[in-house]
Write a protein that binds this ligand. Structure first.
Ligand SMILES: Nc1ncnc2c1ncn2[C@@H]1O[C@H](COP(=O)(O)OP(=O)(O)OP(=O)(O)O)[C@@H](O)[C@H]1O
Length: 250
């Protein structure tokens, strides 16, 4: 494992909002997370990277209580590994799952009012970050594009005060223009709320992530500055099996 920063200092640059200590997840006979330990600093974007199937989504699910886990998970210094998902959410973690989970039969506004009955689409944060959703307030969410559904899913978690956001592959399957729009929103959100982001798009990681944690086969194999990893073609190929030159723009 390596902690690379261009200035040679360790990658822990601020107080952590989240800490995982020797977290294991087993599903049936499969040992999926095999002692995952890392910290998420209280500012900016931490990208959780790795090849397909290494346990990135499972790590987010373990944090939010949707996968059976052992080990210690601390949110702002408080142990949460035994809490239910609803308590963890109330405790300040917002989760945007990979499949977005919008209610297709409900309008945009109705989807948001499930979280904030008083304001829904009229909440200031929605007007500021998602003007397109305000314009589409009466449209059924099931008829929105993938990018617009991603915005609904993001807007929904932002209606609460969050100490930390977990966001799973928000740009998966989106056209390049929408990838850029989602990246812009994430960059804006991360100015006020730390984000743990699972993302395969390396140009996007380079643009908005401050640091990376790389998983392989259920363990952490690299931690460090995002810029250092993305600038190192050999390391990205070794850890992620991709070359930056083949990736699309964010
Ligand atoms: N509920 C489950 N039961 C059994 N195996 C599971 C379950 N959930 C995930 N797995 C397995 O755990 C491994 C890790 O899955 P996970 O979705 O966390 O990987 P990932 O790194 O997010 O992959 P991807 O990039 O493809 O989304 C995979 O082999 C997957 O098949």
């Amino acid at each position: 494992m390596s902690d690379r920063r261009s200035d040679g200092r360790p990658a822990r640059e601020s107080v952590s909002v989240l800490e995982l200590d020797d977290v294991h997840v087993r599903h049936g006979g499969s040992h999926i997370l095999q002692g995952v330990s890392f910290e998420v600093p209280a500012t900016g974007v931490t990208a959780l990277l790795g090849r397909n199937g290494v346990g990135k989504t499972t790590t987010l699910k373990a944090i939010i209580g949707l996968a059976p886990r052992t080990g210690r998970i601390l949110l702002q210094g408080k142990e949460i590994q035994s809490m239910t998902t609803s308590r963890i959410v109330r405790g300040g973690i917002g989760y945007v799952p990979e499949d977005r989970e919008v209610f297709g039969g409900l309008t945009v506004d109705e989807n948001l009012r499930l979280v904030d009955p008083d304001q829904g689409v009229d909440a200031p944060v929605v007007g500021r970050l998602f003007p397109d959703l305000v314009a589409r307030r009466g449209q059924r969410a099931g008829t929105l594009s993938g990018g617009q559904q991603q915005m609904v899913s993001l807007a929904r978690v932002l209606l609460r005060e969050n100490a930390l956001l977990l966001i799973d592959e928000p740009t998966k399957g989106l056209a390049p223009k929408l990838v850029t729009e989602v990246a812009d929103v994430l960059a804006e959100v991360a100015r006020t709320t730390p984000v743990l982001l699972v993302e395969q798009n390396l140009p996007l990681v380079r643009r908005i992530a401050d640091r990376v944690v790389v998983l392989d086969a259920g363990t952490v194999v690299h931690r460090g500055a995002a810029a250092d990893l993305v600038a190192d073609a050999d390391l990205t190929r070794e850890l992620l099996g991709v070359s930056m030159r083949r990736e699309g723009a964010a």
